[in-house]
Design a binder for this molecule. Structure first.
Ligand code: MF3
Ligand code: CO
Length: 278
């Protein structure tokens, strides 16, 4: 098995810097969502915040990926490439992006990775519910992580939440999973968004994990388009993703890609976050 990178609190504090920039860049991309806008315009809004903060993008150039965000509309699950597609009233769009900062003292690069879903104009109640359930599923996964012994308990919590709240209405994608994050965007371990028999490695202080459930209204089968990136549902059902990067530091958890560390959302679930000690 690939080794899991364990970070010091000081290193996790660098990740929090990348995380906040990621969050602010996503704020800008989400704010740019409107009928008539192209997905390239959302990427431009994201880029501006990355540049203003002296950060770089981990997506741009990743296996030659050509943009800073993934913009996945309606039946696109993940990895949609921003371009000339014009957003229509009633569309839903998942926007995924990450910032990288470099610690000049060590030369190490620290990554953020986060995704949100937004409605374009007036989307249907069905689409809004899909996003709300996916978002809540992510927060339940993060809340479980706070006291979990093993990484796989996150997926168990996500699946338990989705099933208890909405029965079999939604599918949980299995073709793509969350991941460790740190000096690189994608690192060990895999973080499943669904329950599996093997609960995987133990959660240890110093870990950072990207938790990123993807829910669909139909079958969980997917295919990749001719652009070699965009993933769509086979049956054309809608898909949605939310993602945060989460740190396990010496005193608890902190959601790196939320400005408040996840405090407001997690307090509703009875979980207290702790700032990363300076
Ligand atoms: N951020 C995606 C993930 O959550 C990965 C995007 S890779 C890119 O893991 F090349 F499309 F940028
Ligand atoms: Co990710």
């Amino acid at each position: 098995m690939r080794r899991i990178e364990l970070k010091t609190d000081a290193q996790l504090a660098w990740m929090a810097r990348a995380g906040v920039i990621t969050s602010r860049a996503l704020d800008a991309a989400v704010a740019a969502v409107a009928p008539g806008k192209t997905t390239a315009e959302l990427d431009a809004a994201f880029r501006e915040v990355i540049a203003e903060n002296g950060a770089t993008s981990n997506f741009l150039g990743y296996y030659d990926y050509p943009a800073m965000i993934c913009a996945s509309v309606n039946d696109e699950v993940v990895h949609g490439i921003p371009g000339e597609r014009v957003l229509q009233d009633g569309d839903m769009i998942s926007i995924d992006g990450g910032a990288v900062v470099t610690d000049p003292a060590t030369g190490k690069t620290w990554n953020g990775d986060s995704a949100r879903t937004a409605m374009v104009g007036q989307a249907s109640a069905e689409r809004r519910e899909l996003s709300e359930i996916t978002r809540a599923a992510m927060w339940h996964g993060i809340a479980a992580a706070a006291s979990a012994k093993k990484v796989g308990e996150i997926g168990v919590a996500i699946e338990d939440f989705v099933r208890s709240e909405t029965g079999e209405k939604y599918g949980i994608i299995e073709d793509f999973v969350g991941h460790g994050i740190g000096t690189q965007m994608h690192m060990a371990p895999d973080v499943l968004n669904y329950a599996a028999r093997d609960l995987g490695p133990r959660i240890k202080k110093g870990m950072a994990l990207a938790i990123e459930p993807m829910l669909v209204t139909g079958s969980i089968e997917t295919h990749v388009l001719d652009d070699d990136w965009t993933i769509k549902t086979n049956d054309g059902g809608d898909a949605c993703q939310w993602e945060h990067s989460v740190a396990f530091h010496s005193e608890g958890i902190w959601v790196l890609t939320a400005e408040d560390g996840g405090a407001s959302e997690l307090s509703k679930l009875g979980v207290t976050v702790k700032p990363i000690p300076a």
